[in-house]
Design a protein around this ligand. Sequence first.
Ligand SMILES: Nc1ncnc2c1ncn2[C@@H]1O[C@H](COP(=O)(O)OP(=O)(O)OP(=O)(O)O)[C@@H](O)[C@H]1O
Length: 234
Amino acid sequence: MLELKNITKVIGEKIILRNFSLALEQGKSVAVVGPNGAGKSTFFKLAAGLMQQTSGEILLNGEQIKKKSLLLKKKVGYLGHESFLYNALTPIENLTFYGKLYKVKNMEEKITELLRAVGLHYFKDIPIRSFSRGMMQRLAIARVLLAEPEFLLLDEPHTGLDQEAVSLLNQLIKERQNKGVAILLISHDFEQVINVCDQVLILNKGKVVDEKDIDHQAGLMPFKKWYEAAVSRK
Ligand SMILES: Nc1ncnc2c1ncn2[C@@H]1O[C@H](COP(=O)(O)OP(=O)(O)OP(=O)(O)O)[C@@H](O)[C@H]1O
């Protein structure tokens, strides 16, 4: 379980997160939605150990974790707005670099499998500087999955992907979830939120203003109405 307890984050004089708490259990998929600047990405960076909270604690399977903890980096796969990939390297070289860093077992086999899964197998030996945004995103997804994290934190993962890649990504997420991996997803694309997640919370001005289980049968309109009502509430 990944737990954030009473997290507050202040940058300069601005309170970005206010007393934020969340417990993410194995096999759950939770979406985090909210207006621009609500604090969603900041919350993910804290949970991934890339930023230090001002107060509150983060626990990974009961153990308190600190910024830059290697255990956290291995157990929590974070896909952010930056790809963390090296332009001069090929897909194989990029994944090998991360595979060694995280001491991945059966690395070569896993890299081949993942490159096939994200549809980059034919481009595996080409330096990625010439890749399109969608191809970069596919490789970034493979990088995150390589260490087989227990928790997947995906910040706008569908951005830049074509329809085929979106389906592929959703399938990869579902497969991981079925194996017990917990998913946290930030998205402005409510259709993908409904496709991928079972629960959703709305973050506004650094606070959770509403949350619910997703009704997959109800479709987009009721979801949008619920969201609009929650963010316009004082
Ligand atoms: N390093 C920083 N220094 C100053 N302010 C920051 C910093 N990082 C984030 N902020 C501010 O914190 C607030 C929350 O930002 P954050 O990126 O977490 O929001 P978000 O909900 O992810 O937004 P978006 O949907 O636009 O990605 C914003 O007002 C942003 O300007």
